[in-house]
Design a protein around this ligand. Sequence first.
Ligand SMILES: Cc1cc2nc3c(=O)[nH]c(=O)nc-3n(C[C@H](O)[C@H](O)[C@H](O)COP(=O)(O)OP(=O)(O)OC[C@H]3O[C@@H](n4cnc5c(N)ncnc54)[C@H](O)[C@@H]3O)c2cc1C
Ligand code: SF4
Length: 535
Amino acid sequence: MDFDYIVVGSGFGGSVCAHRLTEKGYRVGVMEMGRRWTPENLPRTNWRLRRWIWRPGLGLRGFFNIDPFRHVVVMHGCAVGGGSVTYANTSLAPGDAIWESGSWAGLADWKAEMPRHYETAMRMLGVMENRIIGPADRILRRAAEEHGVGQTYYRTRVAVFEGPVGEAPGTVYPDPYFGGKGPERTTCIGCGGCMMGCRFGAKNTLDQNYLYLAEQAGAQVFAETRVVDVRPLEGSSDGSLGYEVFTVRSTMLGGGRRRFTCRGVVFAASALGTLDLLFRLKEKGSLPAISGQLGNRVRTNAESLIGVRVTGSREDLSQGVAIGSGCYLDQYTHVEATRYPAGSDAMGLLATVLTGGEPGRTRILLWLRELAVSLLRHPVRTLRSLHPFGWARESIILLCMQTLDGHIEMRMGRPWFWPFRRVLRSQGPRIPTYIPQANEFARKVAAAAGGTPMSMVTEILFDVPGTAHILGGCPMAGTATEGVVDSRNRLFGYRNLYVCDGSVIAANLGVNPSLTICALAERAMSFIAPAAETD
Ligand SMILES: Cc1cc2nc3c(=O)[nH]c(=O)nc-3n(C[C@H](O)[C@H](O)[C@H](O)COP(=O)(O)OP(=O)(O)OC[C@H]3O[C@@H](n4cnc5c(N)ncnc54)[C@H](O)[C@@H]3O)c2cc1C
Ligand code: SF4
């Protein structure tokens, strides 16, 4: 065998598994479709589309992916270190109620088991309470107070190396987390650039902790390598003799096909990546026994992205860490103050005036009316709010998430506009396009800041919300008729196949999911015996 385990994807789930498996004495290969990023090759702003967006067929080889579906626009990461390169560092544990519903309810004593895995994940990711409060956080606090929920305002917990109060930012420390085994870190300068990748060595991305330690211990990471097939080795249909894994070079059209053999495989390619791969493996007969539940109960974390643009703001709203603070509008609805770094204005192209109303044609008409009214009342301010340049410096993005249930389904199909290829498609009843409480709060924030509340244009024109937190699709359950993996993340129907990423999450968490993905992967790996104890 080339490896004991091959891990597909090097994001949160994949990096945890790579580290824990090498620690247990296994030979591990990590296949990662994205590129390896360092402070030197990260783009300065997101106008450098070639180094920001991932669409290799068009020559775009960045770390940020946008996939539009009929029900939702999904944003996700693609890099060595997965979504951690582009994520906003916020690492929150959800409330206990999430374990009581969804397909995982009753499969384990989650409330007793999970706290220790969250603890471990927080320690490994270097999570701390954010100390760098920027102007956007202060505005959020004022708006929360005016909205009557000031007591719920909090500083986020972030996977960032922030220095002690009073010390100059940008100070270099030898490894502060792993007793000297980890890389040196530099204290955060609060530039708000986390979602463009940290160029200052302060963000605790996975290639600075879990994946770093795995590589130090011998794991081999294959960047720009996409897994396209996984088959049981000849002689067994359930994989008990091992697997062959086929890869291609993701940045070279149709090139670089390779074959590896291994004893087991961990699928950790993110909710979308794992669904896409498992559907293809089931359909082409490589892993035909995968449960028919695949693609069911995909969740968007009941999310809505809105914002406020303060044209001509005297303060630079991009200062701070990417998500510095949050508050709760009610027991289900959570809002975080989010930002891009000054100069990274490309996302401003998706912003338009905030619009409520019923989805569909009437909402488009309402939007046109809101736009006309805004243009008549404040022509200069409205035109400046729609202009992308200066957007990051002048904007607060409000990331709103709910714990309310709601899900869609994903299946493979041929899109009408490109029937030559089967791709993932969303189906099922629509999910809410926007959250009325969040829209109302955006108006409060706008009033507190003297700005204009904004929506995403895709939400209004195409009736689809945006999410950076796509979850589910490989439901965890007691049997293969109810789910795709068991309570220890083992794929039903096969030996030594695991799914450890966002696809196994069985609830809308209402908080950012990466910590929960890590904690569940920690738990799944804790059940695997060390190599020395197995034959
Ligand atoms: C802009 C942005 C900001 C975010 N901010 C936060 C935040 O503050 N806090 C938080 O908790 N979450 C945040 N998220 C979400 C978070 O990034 C994801 O929930 C998390 O990364 C998912 O982890 P994962 O292990 O499921 O997969 P990922 O971290 O997405 O990793 C999967 C990896 O698998 C690779 N892959 C896919 N298919 C294949 C294949 N066939 N072969 C090889 N490799 C493959 C992908 O390239 C990717 O690198 C944010 C997301 C975005 C886009
Ligand atoms: S705020 Fe700037 S320095 Fe701090 S972690 Fe984010 S990108 Fe790095």
